[in-house]
Design a protein around this ligand. Sequence first.
Ligand SMILES: [Zn+2]
Length: 84
Amino acid sequence: MKLRKLDERFEKGVAATIAAPISEGGTMTREFTCELDGLVLRAENDEDLVAQVERHIAEAHAELVGKLSRDDILAKVGTKVEVD
Ligand SMILES: [Zn+2]
């Protein structure tokens, strides 16, 4: 009959290895969906998103240039949290 050896590894420094992980998952993303063609534009902040939307409108919907104000655009922006 064999004697089972106790593994003593766990008696050393266990507490030191327990640390709260820094939760870094999740990026706030602004999202705008163009109602005319369903194109989704995304950016990390309002400034970038408004710039992208204005550029898209200028390229794809020239008739709307000047009709959509920054506030109009922001009113349609949704904020999403994306987690990897
Ligand atoms: Zn569009």
